[in-house]
Design a protein around this ligand. Structure first.
Ligand code: SF4
Length: 369
């Protein structure tokens, strides 16, 4: 099974920490962009006509900022050009400052059955500092429209002045709103973003402080009946994101839109990050790919191990053997032996022990050598 990703690169304003491909002042191009996106879907349809896709994901940017008729149109085009599985998971990311009853009704008509809502924090002053366009009341309104739906809430850690009490309040708002899935991840201050100055000035919590916030948040989520299935993702039973699990299982996916990346038939390829260039390519009848490379066997093996070790299910020795014809513990013998105390094995599966999952990056460094 494979996934489809569609990138909607428009936002109302740029958040202070954002280095995603998003264009806050180009909303007027949404119609032209979406026409190109429909075209790109059609261009890829023939090549992938034998494939079955199990998930569709609208990410951004802010997919919910554009007129929902374009999301409906994109889904119609996907259904016309690709074969979807019987019960596909179809997700849209939503900014709580951009939703309405009509939008959600249109998404549901388009077949969307999963919503990912960017709460980030339940402290309004922190939302303002992040440059978010919403406040906590917007989040509560948004999720009141999603009653009974399968939705996820994003929670950020490592914010300026953030305390355990702030994290508790945020998780309680997310859980209380009915989220069945929570993504809780640490802010990464990227060079060139306004928040980087706060980082340079030592105004953001340091690594140990963020870790303490994470451990505290994880404890609360466990109390609320959420399990951790990936280092930053927690869900009620049966509500893991199939789209993301496909990435972590090194499944194939095709991406559409500016900056979208894909992994198909052993190749990784990426579209241009330039909005004008993207549209020019499509209008001239060319795919807007700027980079394409075949993943070599050793890189593929490392990717497999690295992605699987992010998850609570860990590595399946059988799946690895099926993919590469060898034993992963032998292929990575030195790194595995060095880090053996951090692993636990249960039949076919080996995973990083629960208390060490948060620091899996340090363990994985040894696997890169
Ligand atoms: S809403 Fe998301 S994509 Fe848009 S500016 Fe903020 S962080 Fe970036």
């Amino acid at each position: 099974m494979s996934g489809i990703y569609l990138h909607i690169p428009f936002c109302k304003q740029k958040c202070t920490y954002c280095d995603f491909t998003s264009f806050p002042n180009r909303l007027g191009f949404a119609e032209a962009y979406m026409a190109c996106l429909y075209k790109e879907i059609e261009m890829r349809g023939k090549e992938l006509e034998k494939e079955t896709f199990d998930t569709v994901y609208f990410g951004g940017g802010t997919p919910s900022v554009i007129d929902p008729k374009y999301i409906y149109g994109a889904m119609k085009q996907i259904k016309q050009c690709f074969h979807l599985s019987k019960d596909p998971e179809i997700t849209i990311e939503m900014n709580p400052g951009t939703v309405s009853e009509t939008k959600i009704a249109t998404y549901k008509r388009a077949g969307i059955n999963r919503f990912s809502v960017g709460l980030q924090t339940a402290i309004d002053a922190q939302l303002e500092n992040l440059g978010r366009i919403h406040n906590v009341r917007d989040y509560l309104y948004c999720t009141s429209l999603l009653k009974g739906e399968n939705f996820s809430a994003d929670v950020m850690l490592g914010l300026k002045g953030q305390t355990q009490e702030d994290v508790r309040k945020t998780i309680e708002v997310a859980v209380g709103s009915g989220a069945k899935h929570i993504s809780m991840y640490a802010l990464t201050p990227e060079d060139g973003t306004p928040i980087y100055t706060d980082y340079l000035n030592g105004e953001l919590p340091d690594g140990d402080e963020v870790r303490a916030l994470y451990d505290y948040g994880y404890g609360l989520l466990k109390e609320h009946g959420f399990s951790r299935y990936e280092v930053s993702n927690f869900c009620k039973k049966g509500y893991g994101s199939r789209h993301n699990l496909n990435y972590w299982r090194r499944g194939e996916y095709i991406g559409f839109g500016v900056s979208a990346s894909s992994f198909f038939y052993g190749r990784r390829f990426t579209n241009t990050f330039d909005l004008d260039e993207y549209m020019k390519c499509i209008l001239s009848g060319f795919l807007p790919v700027i980079e394409s490379e075949k993943v070599e066997a050793q890189d593929a093996k490392f990717e497999f191990v690295m992605l699987a070790l992010r998850t609570a299910e860990g590595i399946s020795a059988e799946a690895y053997k099926k993919a590469f014809g060898s034993d992963w513990k032998e292929d990575f013998a030195a790194a595995y032996t060095k880090n053996r105390p951090y692993f636990e094995t249960d039949g076919d599966r080996t995973r990083i022990k629960d208390p060490y999952l948060y620091v899996q990056n340090q363990i994985l460094t040894d696997f890169m050598e």
